[in-house]
Write a protein that binds this ligand. Structure first.
Ligand SMILES: *[C@@H]1O[C@H](CO)[C@@H](O)[C@H](O)[C@H]1NC(C)=O
Length: 180
């Protein structure tokens, strides 16, 4: 067969797997569309509904697009989120195009800065997953009792990147060996 060989094809596959294993931080457009930062039209249209369908990881960013003359984004405490208290936000974002980087795991609370909008449901909780929940395919077998009790065993890579890269690398290698 002319063109690329099987080996080359699977080498490319391997590289793609490696690339995916170090996937980039993502930007999440809040609500999934540019006019979504507004009072929800129904219970099923809330921003929290949208947020529950997404995975937020440390390093990702939230992006809001809204009419700067009518609205703003306030990052608030849980208490101010619940009570829709706009008087002392943690951060105030204005300007119509707001980007917030998610620096830590756990919940982030946002409400609209427009008068009365939060009470009508224009609010958002985003829960950022911790490092250990990052996308990760486990391929290494569970250690045997001998390994656990044995003396000096070389430690497995412990950094998240090492685990991720290692996982995908082993997966790709496994596929390569099975197919060739
Ligand atoms: C809003 O929060 C501020 C600061 O915590 C507080 O002084 C104020 O009473 C709160 N307003 C309402 C309506 O709860």
């Amino acid at each position: 067969m002319a063109g690329i060989s099987r080996t080359e094809a699977y080498s490319v596959f391997l590289l793609v797997c490696l690339f995916l294993s170090f996937s980039e931080a993502r930007d999440h457009l809040v609500g999934g569309k540019s006019d979504a930062w507004r009072i929800p039209s129904s219970e099923s249209d809330t921003l929290n509904h949208w947020a529950q369908k997404s995975r937020f990881l440390i390093g990702d960013s939230l992006v809001w697009e809204y009419d700067a003359t009518k609205d703003s984004v306030l990052q608030v405490t849980k208490r101010d989120y619940v009570t829709c208290n706009t008087s002392t936000p943690i951060e105030t974002y204005t300007g119509g195009s707001t980007k917030v980087k998610l620096e830590h795991s756990g919940p982030y609370y946002f409400i609209s800065g427009a008068e009365g909008h939060c009470k009508k449901g224009q609010k958002l909780i985003v829960v950022v997953m911790s490092e250990k929940h990052r996308r990760f395919i486990r391929v290494s077998p569970a250690p045997s009792p001998a390994e656990i009790e044995g003396p000096a065993i070389a430690p497995a890579p412990t950094s998240a990147a090492g685990r991720l890269g290692g996982g995908f690398f082993m997966l790709a290698l496994g596929v390569l060996l099975v197919v060739m």
